[in-house]
Design a protein around this ligand. Structure first.
Ligand code: GDP
Length: 528
């Protein structure tokens, strides 16, 4: 590679930030995303993200389910430029019925934004998504939203973040009042008061001060809020964690920002701090060692496969996270698992507006590749060499169902459907070890069952019936002598697609009992 191309690669990598927003439904993710896109000029009007969601509902076909339930099953990538940075937001399904796709999408992010509703605190889905991020040790930035409403005490929220998620936090700004009394926030880093403007939120009034004790803060906030602010910040100065970028980068400390997405209050400050503190695309692990983004040869991996985004076609889109080098349209790369070269002629990127054809892309970027059925989740693509990225983790399903095919004549199509849909990661499949030919599906969200059933019918013409099973946990079993007869009480042992033994449990109690009875066996939450 020529030096000017290397220089270009360096510039492009350094200016990129690729992240996901993790939150519980209704915390305000759509609203925040929209405001971020507005700053980037990627959309012109507020409401576009929602409108686009609605539009997608109107045009998709198997996603009829989305329409019926008014939720978004699909996740896409939004890209915009802001002050020289190129920002990629990995959009993850926000409904309670989220799926493994949500988890897998997080593996493509270099950092995460944790969005919390100030009145509700840390909620169930946030915990699950946080844990996936924490396992990778990626930096997490917290935005506490809906400051314009009566919320919980900020100290309570910090305490909950630490107790429930096990991460320390450092407030970058601090609310001056809340709800109807909201006056604004005090920026602890820049030493300024940012005043909340009620109905006119386009301009934030900023007052530079020497210190929060400054008398001019009193004149802005009034006596009562001023005293309270001083008290809070004195406590934070003494007892709180100091800001430490290294700890933030290791995912041990989360910077916290307060604001109100719908009022566009605190969003820009958040964005600017985030862009400064969040990492550029980070190296990815592979069987050949760590792959550095600046390494000149192109490489990447598929983290998600999406069927039928465009109802006019029956094709699939495979989402590729670029890990190193420069991607160019029409380039020929190694499809490592298949052991052959392929030409990437139709890469598509999903911008806020529309589908665009990508000519060039860089590490941190996500491109959608046209997939005639040749990709699987976790596949590596690389220029000239055989890089094999570490397998994506298989997450423990929490819901299980036995499948029966209503028409035995359709067995061949059924098998084809099972193969393709499990490759796409729609569901996980297990087989019984009891001698009966039983297929069990495992998912993390109820919606995955519905999508599976629907697609089996519409795409493969197979009517199936799903019978829910009472299991709640799956553990991959590792050991020399595994005696499956020791897994009888409220549990069963099955095999996964790769023939590994997996035990399913009805309760935590059943799991603990089995662990006690089988001290030589290792129980893994994700596939080995
Ligand atoms: P999502 O489910 O996380 O994508 O949440 P939405 O962005 O759709 O927001 C859920 C609800 O919260 C909507 O009614 C929003 O208008 C509202 N909301 C979002 N941000 C704020 C905020 O800062 N203050 C208030 N009061 N409401 C908000």
């Amino acid at each position: 590679m020529k030096s000017d191309v290397l220089e270009e690669l360096r510039t492009e990598v350094m200016r990129r930030r690729t992240f996901a927003i993790i939150s519980h439904p209704d915390a305000g993710k759509t609203t925040l995303t929209e405001k971020l896109l507005l700053f980037g000029g990627a959309i012109r009007e507020a409401g576009s993200v929602k409108a686009r969601k609605a539009n997608r509902h109107a045009t998709s076909d198997w996603m009829e389910i989305e329409k019926q339930r008014g939720i978004s099953v699909t996740s896409s990538v939004l890209q915009f430029d802001y002050k020289g940075h190129r920002v990629n937001i990995l959009d993850t399904p926000g409904h309670q019925d989220f799926s493994e796709d949500t988890y897998r999408t997080l593996t493509a992010a270099d950092s995460a934004v944790m969005l919390i509703d100030a009145a509700k605190g840390v909620e169930a889905q946030t915990i699950k998504l946080f844990q996936v991020c924490a396992k990778r040790g990626i930096p997490i930035f917290t935005f506490i939203n809906k400051l314009d409403r009566e919320g919980r005490n900020p100290f309570d929220l910090m305490e909950e973040i630490e107790r429930v998620l096990g991460i320390r936090s450092v407030p970058m700004n601090w609310p001056i009042g809340m709800g109807r009394e909201l006056c604004g926030v005090y920026d602890r880093m820049k030493h300024q008061v940012e005043r909340f403007q009620g109905n006119n939120h386009d301009t934030i009034e900023v007052h530079k001060v020497d210190d929060y004790r400054d008398e001019s803060v009193r004149s802005i906030a009034g006596d009562y809020l001023y005293e309270q602010l001083c008290q809070d910040l004195e406590l934070l100065d003494v007892a709180g964690d100091p800001f430490d970028l290294e700890k933030v980068r290791r995912g041990e400390l989360t910077p916290v920002f307060f604001g109100s997405a719908i009022n566009n209050f605190g969003v820009q400050t958040f964005l600017e701090n985030f862009l400064e503190l969040a990492p550029a695309p980070t190296p990815r692990k592979s069987q050949n060692g760590e792959v550095e983004p600046l390494s000149p040869r192109f490489s990447g991996y598929i983290f998600k496969i999406q069927a039928n985004m465009n109802p006019a076609h029956r094709d699939r889109i495979a989402f590729l996270r670029i890990c190193s080098g420069r991607f160019e349209r029409g380039m020929t790369v190694r499809h490592v698992r298949a052991g052959r070269e392929i030409k990437l002629s139709q890469p598509q990127q999903f911008l806020a507006q529309d589908r665009d054809i990508v000519e060039k892309a860089y590490p941190g970027d996500i491109v959608g590749l046209f997939d005639p059925g040749i990709f699987r989740i976790g596949d590596s693509l690389a220029e000239k060499e055989d890089i094999v990225f570490d397998e994506l983790p298989t997450f423990s399903p929490e819901l299980f169902a036995k499948v029966t095919v209503k028409n035995a004549m359709k067995h061949k199509q059924y098998q084809k459907g099972i193969d393709q849909l499990t490759e796409e990661g729609t569901v996980q499949v297990f087989y019984s070890t009891s001698g009966f030919d039983e297929t069990i599906l495992g998912v993390v969200g109820q919606l995955q069952f519905e999508v599976f059933e629907y697609r089996m019918k519409v795409e493969y013409g197979v009517d199936i019936e799903l019978h829910r099973m009472p299991f709640q946990f799956a553990r991959w079993l590792v050991g020399d002598k595994i005696d499956t007869s020791k897994f009888r009480i409220n549990s069963t042992v099955v095999r996964d697609k790769k023939d590994r033994l997996v035990a399913l449990f009805e309760s935590e109690y059943a799991l603990r009992t089995a662990m006690e009875k089988n001290p030589d066996v290792t129980f893994l939450e994700t596939a080995p």
